[in-house]
Write a protein that binds this ligand. Structure first.
Ligand code: ZN
Length: 233
């Protein structure tokens, strides 16, 4: 049967392990939130690209409509030219016609530019879709792995708690009382290993006398941090 120092060492290992598992579970929602944010950003890029193209096509149609309307107006003015009553009316019509032609030319330039942009952005769309789909697949995989990890943590914790209980039961009664009291006050900080002559929790050196007592399996507390000490291998 192992001495109390060996038992305390194992208890410290188990308690630290359980605390680590608890921390991982506590941090888990953060990891999900980060992954969700990343997914949303990648999906949004594709949605925005599609929306932009929709608006671009709509603006092309609107401009084409304007060209048609302006051409109709232009034809009306040209017809009126023949019936102009005087030079002033004729000149006014000519000025209107020049204005409308300029307007059409400007619209046609804009349509051409928008069509070029439409072609270019449409060609980029499949890549954006690919990225979005991959983000989806990555997130699904992340969620699956994440869930498996949580289940594994839970199983590990159950196992560690069982071991902890069984190991605690092997503590000699007097040490058990001291251990329980410290545990209540300090939680995971109730125990510390000693390496060489250094308390591994507070890095204070213990006396040679304490070291020799530890070697004889006597339990004692660190004079600096108050933890129950055990010898590291
Ligand atoms: Zn200490």
């Amino acid at each position: 049967m192992p001495g109390p120092a060996v038992i305390l060492k194992e208890l410290h290992r188990l308690r630290s392990h359980i605390a680590e598992l608890d921390e991982k579970v506590t941090l888990a929602p953060n990891r999900v939130a980060v992954a969700q944010k990343k997914l949303a950003a990648q999906e949004d890029a594709f949605i925005q690209a599609k929306e932009y193209l929709k608006r671009l096509v709509l603006s092309i149609r609107e401009k084409e409509g304007s060209v048609k309307a302006t051409q109709t107006q232009l034809a009306k003015y040209e017809k009126q030219l023949d019936g102009a009553a005087n030079k002033k009316e004729y000149d006014t019509l000519q000025a209107e016609i020049a204005q409308e032609k300029k307007h059409i030319a400007k619209l046609e330039d804009e349509i051409l530019a928008a069509m070029g942009e439409n072609e270019e952005k449409t060609a980029q769309l499949p890549e954006a879709e690919k990225i979005s789909l991959k983000a989806h697949a990555d997130f699904a995989q992340f969620e699956k792995d994440h869930q498996e990890k949580l289940e594994r943590f839970a199983q590990e914790k159950t196992r560690a708690l069982g071991e902890l209980q069984a190991t605690e039961a092997t503590l000699p009664a007097d040490i058990h009382v001291q251990y329980d009291r410290l545990l209540l006050a300090k939680g995971i900080d109730a125990l510390s290993g000693v390496k060489g002559r250094i308390c591994m929790a507070c890095y204070t050196e213990i006396t040679a006398q304490m070291l020799s007592e530890l070697k004889r399996e006597l339990t004692m507390l660190c004079k600096n941090c108050g933890r129950m000490l055990y010898l590291e291998a």
